[in-house]
Design a protein around this ligand. Structure first.
Ligand code: BDR
Ligand code: CA
Length: 321
């Protein structure tokens, strides 16, 4: 029996890859959408378009949160364009969304199943809101494999990553929920670089979906080249799914992750205690003598087997028409 999975996302080019990857290895119970790369209206439209071009329209889509829990909405159109999925010429969707709000869809679906894995690859508003609204869902979640945060360097701010910075309070709820967490942050996902040679592998499949994926990753890479001068975009969100499919692709450390909620420069930072300074029972920590006892709450991806990751992606896209 396939493992049950719900994807919470803001498609988004790399979100598209995450969806296409997940759909071939999991029983995807649904997709919930959220603000982030674009407005939730646009990310929902994109989720439907992705399922339509890939022939996966049996997967329900529920439109989720329009705005973060507390702070005002900020969308990031540069990386993913005005539509949120610029590049390929995809038709308007003809399928419709589930009538429930994404948060209610998450709660209903989790309460109706056991042992469900959650893969949030956008801002954590829906998941945070669901945990607050119905705390009993925790017992139904096997683990959360999320894309968000970073051990050091950020992207939308010096030390903050987009998904966490878009809703730090929601991320705080998730990281303090007690649910087992796998975190792929920028330190890991930057290794998943879609260089022109790697993009070309999708086109070389000679399939319709292979061509669309080529256009998706090439457009996304063009933006990253413009912004940072890098040779290719990082396929962030696909890493959160790949880790679940093949745990040997990622080397990880387990430690405490705190979400910074107050810093003038650091709000939205994931403070990763890689040296285990805050473990319970640790002797006096630091030179300031500050003692903080926090148990480990996440496995953080550190090293990606990049070539095998791209092999997995290409081989999976090859399964589509
Ligand atoms: C994250 O932000 C978005 O642009 C991507 O889809 C990914 O989820 C990377 O910071
Ligand atoms: Ca995303």
């Amino acid at each position: 029996m396939l493992r049950k999975l719900i994807i919470d996302c803001d498609p988004g080019h790399d979100d598209a890859l995450a969806i296409l990857l997940a759909a071939k290895y999991f029983d995807v119970l649904g997709i919930t959408t959220v603000h982030g790369n674009q407005t939730v209206e646009k990310t929902t439209r994109n989720a439907l378009r992705i399922l339509e071009f890939s022939g996966m329209t049996h997967i329900p889509v529920a439109r989720g949160s329009e705005v973060p829990l507390i702070q005002p909405l900020v969308v990031h159109p540069f990386g993913h364009g005005e539509s949120g999925l610029d590049g390929p010429d995809l038709p308007d969707p003809v399928t419709s969304v589930d009538p429930r709000h994404g948060v209610d869809f998450l709660i209903d679906t989790l309460m109706a199943h056991e042992d469900v894995t959650l893969a949030p690859v956008g801002p954590l508003t829906n998941v945070g809101a669901a945990l607050r609204k119905e705390p009993r869902i925790r017992a139904h979640i096997r683990e959360i494999s999320l894309m968000g945060g970073a051990t050091a360097v950020g992207n939308t701010a010096p030390v903050s990553e987009l998904n966490v910075e878009c809703d730090p309070e929601a991320a705080h709820i998730v990281f303090t929920s007690g649910v087992p967490i796998k975190m792929v942050g920028l330190n890991l996902t930057r290794q998943a670089e879609a260089t022109p040679e790697r993009c070309e592998r999708f086109r070389a499949l000679g399939t319709r979906v292979g061509q669309i994926v080529f256009e998706i990753v090439s457009w996304y890479s063009g933006r990253v080249k413009l912004a940072y001068g890098l040779p290719g975009a990082s396929l962030h969100d696909a890493c959160a799914i790949a880790w679940l499919i093949d745990p040997s692709l990622i080397e990880a450390v387990t430690c405490h992750v705190g979400v910074e909620l107050h810093g003038q420069y650091t709000r939205g930072m994931t403070v990763c205690d890689l040296r285990h300074i805050t473990r319970p029972g640790a002797p006096i920590q630091g030179f300031g003598g500050v003692v903080v006892s926090e148990p480990a709450n996440a496995e953080i991806g550190m090293k990606l087997d990049v070539e095998r990751f791209f092999d997995l992606l290409v081989n999976t896209i090859a399964m589509y028409p």
